[in-house]
Design a protein around this ligand. Structure first.
Ligand code: AMP
Ligand code: MG
Length: 420
């Protein structure tokens, strides 16, 4: 028994989180593209640039409710001596002017409506007063202040010129991007497919979520955690059947999933216990094992490999390790597969707000609470951060990254945080 254990330990070569992330980012394949209705695009990544097919705005557009007129007519206008203009047209938004505006004339206009020829400015209502009907039969407008040419008129192309690249391939489609796509009539959009991700929990102790508790057994909570992560990161989760610690059956389940899905995430069975089966699988399979030990806590036995282009993320069964593994490796991988720029999880700097935080020879990813105090970000561990503890995941809004060190980490130290 112990001989086997030692052999396992020996066969594992610990690499840094950075190296491990690099392996993951290099190994994952870009998903093929598909064309989907705009309404389903949110959270996806553009597969092609969006180039403006027309300028914005594509007509001279009023920025105010008021009167379109020639600015020159208003040069001498004041409250005491208003300039009186004939109102010759009424232009609600969505309509086009019936006629041009000439000297001595103006047109009532609404925000967003097309400014008539002959007008080079719009004066807001507040700077005017409605006059009566004059002898020519026109309603008149009293202009009480001068305006300059261009005031409250958006010229053609003011926002964007035709041919301008509006969005680059690889951009994540969020609120603003949705607006731009809609603006340019992209009713269907070319994006990368969402990866279909198989989730396999291993462990003889695992019950299904709906099972009643039994002595010595626990419910599979990692499966739901991973499914949520997959969904949040943009993939489509598939809960496969949980498997007991049977190397043969687990191996078969993982190999089948690798053949049928775009990525596989397993949990459990990666450490050096007697029933740690993923290690055995990756020794005998026809895939490419990239790493099976990472200099991180929790999750040092995190294992990653690729078989025929399909990645296998074998995460530790410890809930916190599983969580950290999802964040550090699965998220950048799934996003990369969907067309995002391949990059490690972004980090920010914060001040450590607790003293003597336990260190490790490996980098620690400590569940923490990030707050802003007097303009600076502070991160404090939530406490109870053993890798077996699930409840503190509820309380954390960041992972505090503490580099390997022989000494505890002092309060006030500037540390990296990953915002959750
Ligand atoms: P393992 O990685 O299989 O050695 O599991 C490490 C610890 O995590 C053990 O205490 C397991 O009972 C627990 N564990 C394993 N899989 C799960 C799971 N799917 N959900 C919740 N806890 C788990
Ligand atoms: Mg296990």
């Amino acid at each position: 028994m112990s001989g086997r254990k030692e052999q396992h330990t020996f066969m594992r070569q610990a690499i840094s989180v950075e190296e491990a992330t690099k392996h993951v980012l290099e190994a994952v394949r870009l998903m093929p593209t598909e064309v989907v209705p705009l309404a389903e695009c949110c959270g996806r990544f553009l597969a092609a640039d969006l180039v403006a097919p027309q300028p914005v705005p594509h007509f001279r557009r009023s920025g105010m409710d008021g009167y379109a007129l020639a600015a020159a007519d208003t040069a001498k206008a004041s409250i005491q001596a208003p300039v009186i203009l004939n109102v010759v047209d009424n232009i609600p938004a969505g309509t086009v002017p019936q006629r041009a505006v000439r000297a001595g004339e103006c047109a009532r206009i609404m925000t967003g409506a097309a400014v008539p020829d002959g007008a080079d400015a719009v004066i807001p209502y507040e700077k005017t007063a409605e006059g009566g009907t004059n002898t020519e039969g026109f309603i008149t407008c009293f202009v009480k202040a001068p305006v300059s040419p261009g005031d409250n008129v958006s010229p053609i192309g003011m926002e964007m010129e035709a041919g301008e690249t509006v969005l680059r391939a690889g951009t994540r489609i969020g609120q603003g991007e949705m607006a731009l796509l809609a603006m340019f009539g992209a009713a269907a959009v070319q994006v990368h497919r969402r990866p279909r991700v198989a989730i396999i929990a291993t462990g003889a102790e695992l019950l299904e979520v709906h099972d009643a508790l039994q002595p010595g057994r626990i419910r599979n909570s990692n499966g739901s955690m991973i499914a949520a992560a997959v969904t949040e990161f943009g993939g489509i989760p598939y809960h496969l059947e949980q498997v007991a610690d049977d190397a043969e059956r687990a191996g078969q389940a993982i190999m089948n999933a690798l053949a049928a899905y775009d990525a596989v995430v397993s949990t459990g069975g990666v450490s050096v216990g007697d029933h740690d089966i993923v290690y055995d699988i990756t020794r005998s399979w026809d895939g490419d094992l990239k790493f099976n030990k990472v200099m991180m806590r929790p999750g040092s036995p995190t294992t990653f490999g690729v078989r025929q282009g399909t990645p296998l993320f074998a995460l530790s069964g410890n809930p916190a390790a599983c969580y950290v593994g999802c964040r550090l490796f699965l998220r950048p991988a799934l996003r990369g597969m969907m067309g995002a720029e391949r990059a490690a999880e972004p980090r920010m700097k914060a001040v450590l707000a607790a003293d003597d935080v336990k260190s490790d020879r490996f980098t620690r990813f400590v569940r923490g609470v990030l707050t802003s105090r007097e303009g600076r970000l502070e991160a404090a561990p939530v406490g109870r951060d053993m890798s077996s503890i699930t409840v503190s995941l509820r309380d954390a809004n960041c992972l505090i990254c503490l580099p390997g060190s022989p000494h505890g980490h002092k309060a006030g130290t500037l540390v990296d945080v990953i915002v959750l």
